[in-house]
Design a binder for this molecule. Structure first.
Ligand SMILES: NC(=O)c1ccc[n+]([C@@H]2O[C@H](COP(=O)([O-])OP(=O)(O)OC[C@H]3O[C@@H](n4cnc5c(N)ncnc54)[C@H](OP(=O)(O)O)[C@@H]3O)[C@@H](O)[C@H]2O)c1
Length: 249
């Protein structure tokens, strides 16, 4: 993998990638730092015909995703992504563990799932295989009976009366020491994050293919009232995959 912006002549190993994607130092994070990571084909598809993002991903994309997960305190996903992708707890490669230890982080980031309906399978890997208990972020509108059942297998954060109040949810995660946030989508959650003005940084991978079809874009839902302006911070490349990084202007 090579860096096109800033230009760096040479191969980037995992150590160099970890340094390149480092979160701002804790003292320089206001409360939390919200980075999102998404992948799309050149024609903008965020999922393949099977409805999953893996089929539009690439080796380079997955490598950077592993590095990003290795840096995060918490991986935040929308419930539909958890359901569609059959998400399990996040694991971090052994080579990245000393770095986590050095930053005072436990061996793996916590997984946090945002859901209003609480329609989540309690027997799924998400809960059964979790080393650190999975966090479910919901609102007061979540059905009480489901909430009680979920509380047996997960930690709950209740923020907001109808939709999840995302700033309050991020504050609640930060109160648990989870300030380095990696949002892995999906497009509905990411759109809500952007609409609330909460996105600090977007890592967007473009994989070198065209797939057509009707899958959505990286943000779905209503148009934003005003465009969210970004500044291009970095571009990496491997085998035609472009790994771009954008920061809020
Ligand atoms: N290409 C990529 O990088 C990428 C990344 C992730 C996912 N994907 C793909 O995107 C698709 C899934 O994305 P999606 O947009 O349909 O769903 P999503 O964003 O993953 O999840 C949407 C769900 O999250 C909950 N949610 C989100 N924001 C909320 C809020 N403010 N308040 C309360 N609940 C909230 C709701 O859950 P409840 O329904 O439980 O109430 C909502 O239905 C899949 O095809 C997946 O493979 C692609």
């Amino acid at each position: 993998m090579r860096s096109l912006l800033p230009f760096h002549d040479g191969d980037l190993d995992d150590e160099a990638l970890t340094a390149a994607y480092a979160y701002p130092r804790p003292g320089r994070i206001p409360v939390w730092w919200l980075r999102a990571n998404m992948v799309s084909t050149v024609d903008g598809a965020v999922a393949g015909a099977d409805g999953r993002s893996r089929s539009v991903s690439s080796q380079a994309d997955r490598r950077v995703l592993r590095v990003l997960r290795g840096l995060a305190d918490v991986v935040l996903v929308g419930a539909e992504t958890a359901r569609t992708e059959g998400l399990g707890p996040v694991r971090v490669r052994s080579a990245l563990l000393p770095g986590r230890e050095g930053r005072g982080q436990p061996p793996a980031p916590v997984l946090a799932v945002v859901s209003r309906s609480l329609d989540l399978d309690l027997s799924s890997r998400l809960f059964v295989d979790a080393v650190a208990r999975t966090v479910v972020v919901t609102s007061a509108a979540g059905p009480a009976a489901r909430r009680a059942r979920l509380a047996q297998v997960a930690d709950l954060i209740v923020a907001g009366s109808d939709e999840v109040d995302l700033p309050a949810a991020l504050d609640a995660l930060a109160a648990r020491g989870l300030t380095r946030v990696l949002c892995e989508g999906g497009p509905t959650l990411l759109a809500a994050i952007v609409a609330a003005g909460l996105l600090d940084e977007l890592c967007l991978t473009l994989t070198p293919s065209l797939v057509g079809g009707g899958t959505g874009r990286i943000l779905s839902g209503a148009a934003l009232a005003t465009p969210y302006d970004l500044r291009l911070a970095a571009v990496l490349e491997e085998d035609g995959t472009l790994l771009t990084r954008w920061q809020r202007r």
